[in-house]
Design a protein around this ligand. Structure first.
Ligand code: PEP
Ligand code: MN
Length: 338
């Protein structure tokens, strides 16, 4: 961290800044120029925050010179990390697809969905048992019963499962029911207690980007999970809020190469929640794969018009099959396997 002193900063003010840096266990390097003095803090500057210095006498401004995230950063870990998601590698050469309904509804719906997931060639199945809904009056998910229906349907097609955890108190139940990958939804990306809790287990976590989160906030949310000891993190871009209201969210395609550069962990894309319409899903999926995404999270439903949640954005199994065939060729064209 560098602390820039004001032009007329006194020696006492400079000494106070030096003392504060040393008190935090870092070394000090002072550079006195003709105009002003710069004080460098040398060591693990993540312990320091600009807030600690900006209010001190004689300080003009202070700033970090290294990134605040470490465990998730490519800076410290050059090679791509491949996550074992219930036996399926995510982050390697193969672009992996996770598909399934928005929410778990019934035994028959889940079994038909599982057949569609498998027929299309996706390797993991999704389905929400606990749903974060905007209205408290709409369907909130089947809860624990939904976890069982998801596991049962997916097992019949030998697919590992991905499902969203909203509440720390349900974590044990997720583990007992053999959830293979825990999804943290956009609304909980900065629920730090939830992040700390999933940091305590080794189950892989799909960390969706907060709908209004910056890249740095998203990486720091991942850092929370990694700091707890769980390094099995998969970042998922799912669209962000902008001024545009013609579609549900804006798929931030730019985030894909930026995240791939910043982190060694896999980056996948959810084209369904980004566009919010089934007809947009193929185009957004192609964009994601072309931009370097390690996988896709796609909503499908045996009969989309009957879906209890996100009906407008679900693909039919037939549409999904067509898309998967197309994506295979595209993935190969960009040097990936499918
Ligand atoms: C979901 O995947 O069903 C979901 C609720 O996603 P998000 O958190 O991205 O809205
Ligand atoms: Mn959904």
């Amino acid at each position: 961290m560098i602390i820039v002193m004001e032009k007329d900063a006194s020696d006492v003010a400079i000494a106070a800044v030096e003392a504060k840096i040393r008190a935090n266990g870092l070394e000090v390097h002072v550079s006195r120029g003709t105009e002003r003095t710069l004080i460098g803090a040398i060591g693990d500057e993540r312990k320091l925050d600009p807030e600690m210095f900006d209010t001190m006498d004689g300080v003009e401004k202070s700033m970090h010179i290294v990134k605040p995230y470490k465990l998730v950063a490519r800076e410290w870990h050059k090679a791509n990390t491949v996550i074992d998601a219930g036996g399926i590698p995510i982050g390697g050469k193969t672009v992996q697809v996770i598909a399934g309904p928005c929410s778990v509804e019934t035994h028959d719906q889940m079994h038909a969905a599982a057949v569609g997931v498998q027929a299309g060639g996706a390797r993991l199945m999704r389905g929400g048992a606990f749903k974060p809904r905007t209205s408290p009056y709409t369907f909130q998910g089947k809860g624990v019963e939904g976890l069982k229906l998801l596991k049962d349907a997916a097992a019949s097609c030998r697919l590992p499962v991905v499902t969203e955890l909203m509440d720390v108190r349900m974590l044990d139940s997720f583990l007992e029911h053999g959830v293979d990958v825990i999804q943290i939804g956009t609304r909980n990306m900065q629920n730090f207690d939830l992040l700390k809790a999933v940091g305590q287990v080794q189950t892989p976590v799909i960390l969706k980007r907060g709908m209004s989160a910056t890249i740095s906030e998203w990486l720091m949310a991942g850092e929370y999970i990694a700091a707890g000891g769980n390094h099995n993190i998969i970042f998922c871009e799912r669209g962000i809020r902008t001024f545009e209201s013609a579609y549900r969210n804006v798929l931030d395609v730019t985030a894909i190469p930026v995240m791939k550069r910043e982190t060694h962990l896999p980056v996948i894309v959810d084209p369904s929640h980004a566009g919010g319409k089934a007809w947009m899903v193929p185009a957004l999926s192609r964009a994601a794969v072309a931009a370097g995404a390690d996988g896709l999270l796609i909503e499908i439903h045996p009969t989309p018009k009957d879906a209890w949640c996100d009906a407008d954005q679900a693909l039919t199994p037939a549409e999904f099959g067509t898309l998967m065939a197309e994506l295979g060729a595209l993935a190969k064209a960009v040097g990936r396997e499918f």
